[in-house]
Design a protein around this ligand. Structure first.
Ligand SMILES: Cc1cc2nc3c(=O)[nH]c(=O)nc-3n(C[C@H](O)[C@H](O)[C@H](O)COP(=O)(O)O)c2cc1C
Length: 340
């Protein structure tokens, strides 16, 4: 069995050397620049944007709508926000190749991640995300197109299979194997089926199987809600790294806590003051990118996670969601996250 300290280590993905193997996984409408920066400060070695279709990335807005492309906000970044994985949600090889070439040319990404995992009904009906786990030939065509389009490492986000049927699971693993042969640099396995959505337990045993079978690094994803869970998954599966998602919402310090536990330390409980300051910093980051009014609206979804575990959490969540201006939001944060 691996020493706990050895579970955390640098990792090479093609030409990209990561300082560590803890990654902020992509989260639609959640993994904005503001969250990515907080997670990096705590030790995330790589962070992903939320998913975006190649078509949206390439769509030029009409002149009257102002400068920029339709999905430019997804690419908003800073020099501290590197290495950055941009997650694409492709369906057709042409726009995919064009968008990867554009990202490389603009220096807007250090890595491109292809989403073959999203279970949203709308996405699947459009032949994207998890739907690609049913179309091995198209999935491979997309990987080949992305790899050929630039020098950027191409990685995949996958699930166990479209359904739990053996044929579906076998097809998903075969897609990952073919992708590796086509030049993919790594695979993240969210260890649920597409049909499972986000419910049920993640199947870490299959992460172990993929990690053993595939010739490229495998990141495990699913049920990594605490530092202990991250280390348990890495120990049980011997996979290359962890893609942390919901565990980082309202808790970017999870990355620090994993490192502390791996070094044999017991992390100190997170104080109210740190929660408050991190939440305000998250808000300020959103406000700087989107303006204060939109940041207040975004915080109706994102703020509630910071209340997890504090006394009176349901009321705190309701108060954060009721705030109708930046001043009211800040006042509410100070009220509910006072030092004990
Ligand atoms: C709100 C939310 C949005 C997500 N959006 C994406 C996405 O855009 N792309 C993607 O590959 N996975 C997405 N995921 C899946 C996560 O990256 C991760 O694989 C999954 O949540 C399992 O990890 P967890 O159980 O530790 O949260 C999303 C998950 C959540 C909770």
């Amino acid at each position: 069995m691996l020493e706990t300290a050895a579970l955390i280590h640098p990792l090479r993905l093609g030409r990209l050397l990561l300082a560590g193997n803890l990654v902020l996984a992509p989260m639609h409408h959640h993994s904005h620049l503001a969250l990515r920066l907080l997670c990096r400060r705590e030790g995330a070695a790589l962070a992903h944007t939320e998913m975006v279709t190649p078509e949206d990335l390439l769509a030029v807005r009409p002149v009257w709508a102002g400068p920029g492309r339709k999905a430019d906000h997804v690419l908003a970044s800073t020099p501290q926000d590197r290495p950055l994985g941009v997650q694409l949600l492709p369906r057709d090889a042409g726009p995919l190749a064009e968008s990867v070439a554009m990202l490389a040319e603009r220096g807007a990404a250090d890595l491109v991640d292809l989403n073959f995992a999203c279970p949203s009904r709308r996405v699947v009906a459009d032949g994207r995300g998890g739907a690609l786990l049913r179309s091995a030939d198209l999935a491979l065509e997309l990987v080949e197109a992305a790899v050929r389009a630039s020098h950027l490492p191409v990685t995949l986000k996958m699930r166990l299979g479209f359904t739990d049927a053996a044929a579906d699971r076998d097809r998903a693993l075969a897609i990952a194997r073919d992708a590796a042969s086509a030049g993919a640099a790594a695979v993240t396995l969210h260890a649920r089926t597409v049909g499972q959505g986000y419910g049920g337990r993640a199947d870490w045993t299959t992460i172990a199987r993929w990690a053993e079978t595939l010739p490229i690094p495998v990141f495990g994803s699913g049920d990594l809600r605490s530092a202990e869970a991250v280390l348990a998954m890495l120990r049980q599966t011997c996979c290359a790294g962890a893609g942390i998602a919901r565990g980082a919402l309202g808790a970017p310090w999870i990355f620090r806590q994993v490192r502390q536990r791996a070094a044999g330390e017991i992390p100190a409980p997170v104080e109210r003051r740190e929660r408050r300051e991190t939440l305000l910093e998250h808000f300020d980051g959103l406000a700087a990118q989107f303006g204060e009014d939109r940041a207040v609206r975004l915080m109706r979804v994102l703020g509630k996670y910071y209340a997890r575990g504090i006394p009176g959490a349901p009321k705190a969540r309701a108060a954060l969601q009721a705030a109708s201006s930046a001043a009211a939001f800040r006042r509410t944060v100070h009220e509910w996250f006072q030092d004990a």
